[in-house]
Design a protein around this ligand. Structure first.
Ligand code: MRU
Length: 348
């Protein structure tokens, strides 16, 4: 069974520290919302759906500790805590989606006595976590028919079990194809600078006996040119209404290479990653992370001390380069504006 990176056990939210994989498997227990916020900010937990699940537990812990005179007072304090959790990372919309869902749950349960309202919110966080794995399995079923009987699949970053409540989005489709008896192998981009491909994708596929070969990011074009890649599947952090896709930095390069070589480029993401409020990808906020991620590795300086650095963590792939978007409600192709809206509404 694939790893589940976030567990709720004995009143604590347990998360595997993804900064330490693959060399150490350390689980950390979180019991307050400030701790959960720090885990998201420092990337103990990462990947769009996983960040949403973690934030939901953070919100439930915040609610548990609120002492309020009235529901309005409770809600004012609860919203402040949700804002604190929302300020951790800007790009993955699943974070804001999960917090909105927790706020809506609080409104729905406003007539419950305080202790029951708090229990209701914890139950909602557990539901968000469990649903996420089910959603990924449905996504896998929808995406599997797109994968040939024999396929060498390139992926970028980690859109696997580790990035979700379980099973994975892009790697969920890979798992579904492998479970369907297809002859699958994965080529994993290392994904500089945080190395989610080398450290996380390689670790979880290896653990599940799915054939995986690691390459540096600049090797994808060579392999495509040699005819060694049959399709590309990546995840997403936010998808605009027109189908533009924000995902880990370097995804755009891979999409252009795929188009040049006539290779299908698929995106697998839950409908909670689709942000219909943004008309196109230019409106998606892109996180810039610390320069040290580029200049250092494992504490070792790799570049001249004090050199100027850019470190955008995500890029936007225009919809015209995306062959299809796979969701839990079906596959969108062609007219994304119409088809994404239909898939989002289908889930409501
Ligand atoms: O910075 P990260 O590691 O949180 O970025 C993760 C990605 O870009 C993933 O591809 C994306 O969140 C999809 S995860 C199912």
């Amino acid at each position: 069974m694939s790893v589940k990176p976030i567990l709720f056990e004995n009143g604590a939210c347990r998360m595997i520290d993804q900064r330490l994989l693959p060399t150490e498997e350390v689980w950390i227990d979180y019991t307050d919302y400030q701790g959960v916020a720090e885990a998201i900010r420092s990337m103990v937990v990462r990947g769009a759906p996983a960040i949403g699940v973690a934030a939901a537990f953070g919100a439930a812990f915040a609610a548990r500790d609120i002492e309020a005179d009235s529901f309005d007072d409770f809600m004012a304090q609860f919203e402040k805590c949700c804002d604190f959790l929302a300020a951790t990372r800007p790009t993955a919309v699943n974070l804001f989606w999960a917090l909105d869902r927790m706020k809506a749950a609080a409104q729905k349960a406003k007539d419950l006595p305080p202790e029951q309202l708090k229990k209701y919110l914890l139950a909602e966080a557990c539901t968000i976590a469990n649903e996420d794995e089910q959603i990924n399995r449905r996504m896998g079923q929808h995406g599997e028919p797109l994968i040939p009987q024999q396929a060498r699949i390139l992926t970028h970053c980690n859109a696997g079990a580790l990035a979700t409540g379980g099973y994975g989005t892009a790697l969920g489709v890979v798992r579904a194809a492998a479970e369907a008896g297809k002859n699958i192998s994965v080529i994993a981009d290392e994904t500089r600078p945080f190395l989610q491909g080398a450290r996380l994708t390689a670790w979880e596929l290896n653990r599940d006996n799915i054939d995986v070969t690691l390459i540096c990011d600049n090797m994808a074009g060579y392999l495509m040119n040699k005819g060694e890649i049959d399709c590309v599947i990546v995840g997403a952090d936010r998808i605009a209404a027109n189908g533009d896709v924000a995902n880990k930095i370097g995804t755009y390069n891979v999409a252009i290479l795929a188009r040049e070589h006539g290779i299908p480029f698929y995106v697998a993401a839950p409908t909670s990653t689709i942000d219909l409020s943004l008309s196109d990808g230019s409106k998606i906020p892109i996180e810039e992370r610390d320069a040290s991620e580029v200049t250092h590795h494992g504490g070792t300086l790799l570049a001249p001390d004090g050199i100027k650095v850019r470190n955008p963590a995500f890029d936007v792939t225009p919809a015209r380069l995306v062959s299809a978007i796979i969701t839990e409600n079906g596959v969108a192709e062609g007219n994304y504006l119409e088809n994404l809206q239909r898939l989002v509404n289908q889930g409501e």
